[in-house]
Design a protein around this ligand. Structure first.
Ligand code: GTP
Length: 556
């Protein structure tokens, strides 16, 4: 979605401004921009659920609104283009059962319309082309991927596959317009779908070399039927980051692009300070915050376990002496608990005598920094320890095939979320998800293809769920999803969209493309109060979903 327009807004039919001159132009531009933003948002929502009639109707309304405001603003060409699409769209609204091909064709035409606008250079009164983009949250408002394909219909077909993973994709069918689209709004990635030609590759090279960090440092991918050395070498020379041969596996392409897209919303290290000298600790905490770390203060050592449970620090900094007890005793206390055996503990103290340092290390501390600590030294010492801790925890808690939480990590997380929901009196939902007839996938296409289907679902779940939701691989082809602060009814809505999207993803195999589906069972804490009860209820609901025919979700 462009700018800051919201997804569900209705067309802006407000009367044109009569203030005259430049101000009038500005308000016309703004109105048109809003019309385009709203149409794009509605289109994105519809593409996420093709069968949803309400979303189709919303697209239709926004398109009519845009045609009208373009006409009243004197932008006749945009109005005419919008009206040309309005007819087939109205036919779709009247008869949503029309072939999927006509829906795709209409969606492609709408994308073209939006791309056409993206190519218009900003007019006076609009934001300057170089204005940095706002960092968008995960989801539909992230910067779009521009996908070039000279055939808009084929481009739209690929775009649909990518959208199932939650990306906003704009198809551009004229290569000359890619540059102006970037000027108007820098993308999160560029994809060129073409057969190798020197002139096209030269254009890609020019775009690749014009990239500048931070907001113009997007990855560039090429997808092509030709994967020979010459074509790949030309792409590498042009500055292309990744090269895929057709048929392209959407999950693999997204995986690669995501790894290349620099994460704008970093996950800062969580550092817990235990000190009874608030002013002194705050001084060091400020240094760490400036270095993009997250810090929390604890002044009462007696609350240490609550702080660990809730904040889950990736490193603890403490004074050698606090009024309540010595840091060395506190370290022994922390190390008594198996779960916290490996959290790094660093002492900060004026007391740099060797005997204290040895005592600290013997009690289970990892380092001893004598005050005053040089800020650069503090940052590098703490961040390298926190980083290693995070990496090791990742290895222990994550499944190697998917990178998701493994069986024991998901059980541990659910126990924590249930305890927290009890404290905060908010709901939490557990969903158990199982791929349907998965044995058949393995038997027909082989284990590696089966693994690939598992990875595709894992990626889709990660993409489509909120940042606070926790996804785990419970075993084999079974997944567990924890949705904090979400009642079962809301969880079913979200999961049903994912179920729908998954069932439309094409998987490639030597024997031919195929699709797969999953079934799910959900349960929330209002009816099942403990973690064990939730697992049992969600599992029973999953069994029911399988029994009732699969590719469905049941509540327990
Ligand atoms: N490729 C692959 N297959 C796995 C993995 N883990 C388990 N499986 C296979 O998943 C299949 C699960 O089959 P079943 O439990 O019979 O269930 P299903 O065929 O999915 O049928 P329903 O669940 O009843 O729809 C078995 O063939 C397992 O060997 C894995 O990591 N990779």
């Amino acid at each position: 979605m462009r700018g800051a327009a919201c997804g569900a807004a209705l067309p802006d039919n407000s009367a044109p401004c009569h203030c005259g001159g430049r101000q009038n132009d500005m308000s016309k531009n703004k109105r048109l921009q809003k019309g385009l933003d709203d149409l794009e948002a509605a289109l994105h929502q519809w593409l996420g659920a093709f069968e949803n009639k309400d979303r189709l109707v919303a697209v239709h309304q926004h398109l009519k609104g845009l045609a009208e405001s373009a006409r009243s603003s004197g932008v006749g060409e945009l109005s005419a283009r919008a009206l040309r699409i309005e007819k087939p769209l109205a036919a779709l609204v009247a008869n949503p059962g029309l072939a999927a091909q006509s829906a795709i064709q209409t969606a492609a035409a709408l994308q073209e319309l939006l791309a056409w606008d993206a190519a218009v250079p900003p007019q006076h009164g609009g934001p300057p082309a170089s204005q940095p983009q706002q960092v968008a949250p995960k989801g539909a408002t992230a910067a779009p991927i521009y996908l070039f394909n000279s055939n808009p219909l084929l481009g739209e077909d690929t775009a649909m596959q990518l959208r199932y993973f939650g990306h906003s994709v704009v198809v551009v069918s004229d290569i000359e317009r890619v540059g102006s689209a970037i000027e108007k709004r820098p993308p999160s990635a560029l994809i060129f779908d073409f057969e190798y030609r020197e002139d096209l590759m030269a254009k890609v090279a020019a775009l690749a070399h014009a990239r500048r960090p931070p907001n113009r440092h997007y990855p560039i991918a090429v997808i092509s039927t030709r994967g020979n050395f010459k074509a790949r070498l030309a792409a590498a020379r042009a500055g292309v980051d990744c090269y895929f041969t057709k048929p392209v596996d959407a999950a693999a392409l997204i995986d690669r692009l995501d790894a290349l897209i620099v994460s704008k919303v970093a996950h800062p290290f969580r550092i817990l300070f235990i000190s009874d000298d608030p002013a002194g600790a705050a001084q060091y905490s400020d240094v760490l915050r400036e270095a993009q770390m997250d810090t929390r203060m604890l002044h009462k050592p007696a609350e240490i376990f609550e702080a660990f449970e809730e904040y889950r620090p990736e490193l603890v900094v403490m004074d050698v002496h606090t009024a309540a007890c010595s840091g060395i005793d506190l370290t022994r206390l922390i190390r008594q608990n198996n779960v916290y055996l490996d959290v790094p503990i660093v002492f900060l103290s004026h007391d740099d005598s060797l005997s204290h340092e040895l005592d600290a290390i013997n009690s289970g501390a990892d380092d001893f920094l004598a005050k005053p600590v040089d800020p650069a030294h503090l940052i590098s010492s703490l961040s390298s320890r926190a980083e290693r801790y995070r990496a090791l925890r990742g290895l222990i808690m994550r499944d190697s095939l998917t990178g998701l939480f493994n069986h024991s990590a998901i059980k541990e997380t659910l126990a924590r979320e249930v305890a927290s929901s009890e404290r905060t009196r908010t709901p939490v939902t557990l969903a158990m998800i199982d791929i349907d007839f998965f044995k058949r996938v393995n038997d027909t296409h082989g284990h590696p293809v089966g693994d690939h289907v598992i990875r595709t679902l894992s990626r889709l779940l990660q993409q489509r769920l909120r940042r606070g939701d926790v996804v785990g691989r419970y075993g084999g082809e079974e997944f567990a999803v924890i949705l904090p602060a979400t009642p079962a009814t809301a969880a079913i809505g979200v999961l049903d969209e994912i179920r729908e999207a998954f069932s439309r993803i094409r998987h490639h195999a030597d024997e031919g493309d195929f699709t797969a589906s999953f079934s799910a069972g959900v349960a929330d804490v209002t009816a099942h109060e403990t973690a064990d009860a939730l697992f049992r209820a969600a599992d029973a609901a999953l069994y029911e979903a399988k029994h009732k025919g699969r590719n469905r979700i049941e509540a327990g």
